[in-house]
Design a protein around this ligand. Structure first.
Ligand code: ANZ
Ligand code: ZN
Length: 802
């Protein structure tokens, strides 16, 4: 048994002293950029689930180093955000102090696992030298007109006391704390990410090495809908209601029209609404409902008829009632719909409740009958001149009709919303804008960046829509960079996602003070070749980062329009009880304890052997002693020059191929099993754990990416001077890969009768005598005359008989 405590510390120290993992910008070598989603350093430290992805990228990085690539495998800290701030409020320590403490703990834990990080490239999103460039990018967006101020109601978390973006809301609740989100009108800085919606969607096609599941999540989030906007005139009025529909083909079945309760048309039409008091009361009552409550198919629908108003269907002139109902959202489409209860579930439920006429306008293509609500495409009925057309053809013809008659037009809508970018909290990047009475909103001049976060007395969110920064008069009051008059700094801060939207570019050139990233370095290192992280980022970070990157591409800062060539998500490590690892369940396992008892190498192998990388798997403490035994068996292998290693050649070359390919494909569990098979063979009757020096060296190289500490120790003991990671990854010979035996199919008159194992490339005459000596074949051939024998080497022998 080797002493992991001594060995692991020893090699970590040597690696550091020799700067083994320092990445140069040597452009003569091919580059390989491997990226982990960088951690948020929380007070709790890492549990064993966190390093799974880091172990995997570390193994890949080591393989690539040995294959001769210039590898960039950096790490840093995504350290702005609420937990540090909440902790600051509770303990009255500056979030900076808490963050630094947490970073120190994380760093120690990561170093304990022996990763290849080049610490000279470490970044921290809360470092003013870093966020200077987050602010710089924001200002470029501002100058390009991508940033605007809005007072539309936004998602508000009453517990976190801050506005949120759509991406921060999960099933109607704050993604951070689970509190149901409210709608609150608040002046906000918003980034027009929707300008990029089509490109974000289209360019997913350029990403063949992203998992389909993640691309699908992005497609759904972007949510492109093709349809039409149609104007319904209001009877005896100049006002029209514009609706958005994806199903213009159903319009002859429209029996009412619905406005979202917040739709400003209600205010506009109030003089004509007979039951205005009831309508206002209803619209008021909706304010506290969450989006989820409003749109849930199963929730009871509610609404109110706008008495005194009728909408006119442009296709047939029919009059329809107008309702205000909360299942229509003001923030999507036009905030108004044409309701077709015969063909839309929600309209159907609403019509049943309010006794509204249901009129069929589509029948199924095959049989004429549809019961209840038929929501699919079909053939138009009761639809005037369009009757008999199929839905898809009808949609095209009807949109042409709309456009010709000036009743509307084709329209594409996206579900993705513009990015609400201000937070009313302390611990974030100050938004670098200045309000001036004369000049309006002015960007802080670039040479005055960064706008640093001032110290405050209290980090407590005010709750009134202002951030704690608003209370610091001498920070807020400044001069307008434009006219020199009095100006006020913007006091909202940026969302947590800002700093993480571009961090991977900064590792390329972390100390640059005059540019976000040097152009030549960016050209050399970009794009990221392999990106690994949690699937929960599919519709958050990965949308923001792709957007941010495309913007930087448009202004010439980066040379590719997609940042990440290959993306791989990490399957969760669950607790021993099968639950998610969490303090709440008391099932958290601390990696420090595992490393103490079994060593970092054992932990690395164990986590990679738990199952397919992308699948969730439960922790099993029992498994670790087995893993450790495997390492001790490796440690105990001996080598000598007396041993003839040739007998193991085939097995070694097979393993070289398998391990190299599997690591590159993130199939660590099968790579490790092939290593286990090899070790078993080494301990088999032929070798009994003693192998040739050549094979021993090969074995260490194959194991090195997985168990770097142990291998470096054995490598040095075997007399090798340099680090094993300076050696070249072995190549395999195609020739030696071939199996020693093949199984020959034996047919009689074309029918398979048996198979016979023979050495590869057995010549025909030898094969023939083996086949004819076979008992089963002899039975089939009894008293029969052989007409001819057909032989396909290494495959089959067919005996033709009379
Ligand atoms: C009439 C109709 C008939 C519709 C039918 C559907 C089926 P997606 O695919 O999500 O874009 N809609 C439009 N704006 C809405 C809003 N602000 N709030 C709630 N619902 C809204 O769906 C578009 C469909 O959702 C539109 O097409 C509209 O209902 C509804 F048989 O119009 B449809
Ligand atoms: Zn919250």
């Amino acid at each position: 048994m080797y002493d992991h405590k001594i060995i692991e510390k020893k090699w970590q120290k040597i690696w550091q002293e020799t700067e083994l993992y320092k990445t140069s910008n040597d452009a003569t070598k091919p580059k390989y950029y491997i990226l982990d989603m960088f951690p948020y350093p929380s007070g709790a430290g890492l549990h064993v689930g966190h390093p799974k992805g880091y172990i995997a990228t570390d193994i890949l990085a080591r393989l690539k180093m040995m294959q001769g690539f210039n590898v960039l495998h950096p790490i840093g800290w995504d350290a702005f955000g609420l937990p540090a701030e909440n902790y600051a409020i509770k303990t009255k320590t500056h979030p900076r102090v808490a963050t630094e403490k947490n970073i120190a703990v994380y760093k120690e834990q990561l170093e304990m696992l022996g990763f290849t990080y080049d610490w000279s490239r470490e970044i921290d999103t809360t470092d003013p030298a870093y966020y200077k460039w987050t602010q710089w990018a924001f200002i470029q967006m501002f100058k390009k007109g991508l940033v605007f101020q809005s007072s539309e109601p936004i998602n508000w978390c009453p517990s976190c006391k801050t506005g949120l973006s759509n991406e921060d809301v999960e099933d109607g609740a704050c993604e951070r704390c689970g509190t149901p989100v409210e709608q609150k009108p608040l002046p906000q800085w918003v980034i027009k990410i929707t300008d990029y919606a089509q490109r974000l969607l289209d360019d997913l096609e350029k990403l063949p090495h992203w998992e389909d599941s993640i691309k699908d999540m992005q497609r759904n989030w972007i949510g492109r809908s093709e349809g039409a906007e149609i104007d319904f005139k209001i009877k005896d009025s100049d006002v029209t209601i514009r609706v958005f529909t994806t199903r213009v083909d159903t319009i002859f079945g429209c029996t009412y029209v619905v406005l979202a309760p917040e739709n400003s048309l209600i205010e506009e039409l109030k003089a004509k609404i007979v039951n205005l008091a009831a309508v206002n009361e209803y619209c008021e009552s909706v304010k506290n409902k969450t989006t989820l409550e409003r749109t849930d198919l199963n929730k009871d629908k509610s609404g109110v008829l706008l008495q005194g108003l009728k909408a006119i269907n442009p296709f047939n002139g029919e009059e329809a009632d107008i309702f205000a109902a909360d299942y229509v959202l003001n923030s999507y489409g036009t905030g108004a719909v044409m309701a077709v209860p015969a063909h839309d579930e929600r309209d159907f439920a609403f019509a049943e409740k309010y006794n509204i006429h249901v009129k069929t306008s589509i029948r199924p293509e095959n049989d004429g009958l549809a019961l209840g609500c038929f929501t699919e495409d079909g053939v138009l009925v009761n639809s005037g001149e369009f009757t008999g057309l199929k839905s898809d053809v009808a949609r095209q013809n009807m949109i042409t009709w709309l456009e010709k008659n000036n009743y509307g037009s084709r329209k594409i809508n996206f579900k993705i919303k513009d990015w609400v970018f201000s937070r009313q909290r302390y611990w974030g990047e100050p938004i670098p804008l200045i309000h001036c009475e004369k000049c309006g909103v002015v960007a802080v001049p670039e040479d005055q960046l960064p706008v640093t976060l001032p110290d405050v007395e209290s980090y407590e969110p005010t709750g009134n829509g202002e951030s704690p920064l608003a209370g610091i008069a001498d920070w807020v009051n400044t001069t307008c960079p434009n006219c020199g008059g009095a100006g006020r700094r913007e006091t909202n801060t940026m969302p947590q996602w800002a700093g993480s939207s571009w961090y991977y570019l900064r590792y390329i050139d972390p100390k640059n003070d005059s540019a976000l990233v040097d152009k030549d370095l960016e050209k050399y290192w970009s794009p990221v070749d392999f990106y690994v992280g949690g699937a929960e980022h599919a519709t958050r970070h990965l949308i923001y980062a792709r957007f941010w990157h495309k913007f930087l591409f448009d202004i010439g800062v980066v040379s590719h329009d997609e940042p990440f060539t290959r993306l791989q998500h990490v399957g969760l490590i669950m607790g021993e009880d099968g639950q998610k690892m969490s303090k709440r369940w008391g099932n958290v396992i601390n990696p420090n304890d595992i490393v103490e008892q079994f060593g970092a190498d054992a932990l690395r192998i164990y986590e990679m052997f738990m199952g397919p990388f992308s699948q969730a798997a439960a922790w099993n403490s029992g498994g670790l002693s087995g893993t450790r035994k495997f390492l001790d068996r490796i440690d105990a292998i001996t080598f000598s020059d007396r041993v003839d290693g040739r007998a193991l050649n085939g097995s070694f070359h097979k393993t070289i191929k398998k391990v190299g390919e599997d690591i590159a494909d993130f199939k660590f569990n099968t790579a490790i099993s092939s290593l286990m098979i090899l070790i078993n063979e080494i301990y088999g009757p032929d070798n009994k754990g003693d192998i040739s020096k050549t094979n021993y060296i090969l074995l260490l190289q194959l194991l090195a990416p997985f168990t770097p500490h142990l291998v470096e120790e054995l490598w040095a003991r075997a007399g090798e001077a340099n680090s094993v990671f300076k050696s070249t990854w072995p190549t395999y010979s195609q020739e030696l890969l071939r199996d020693d035996n093949i199984s020959l199919a034996v047919q009689i008159n074309g029918k398979l009768r048996t198979t016979i194992d023979l050495p590869t490339d057995t010549p025909e005459d030898v094969a023939k005598s083996a086949v004819l000596a076979n008992e089963i074949i002899q039975k089939w051939l009894e008293d029969k005359e052989i007409v001819k024998i057909i032989f396909v080497p290494n495959k089959l022998m067919n005996i033709v008989i009379k």
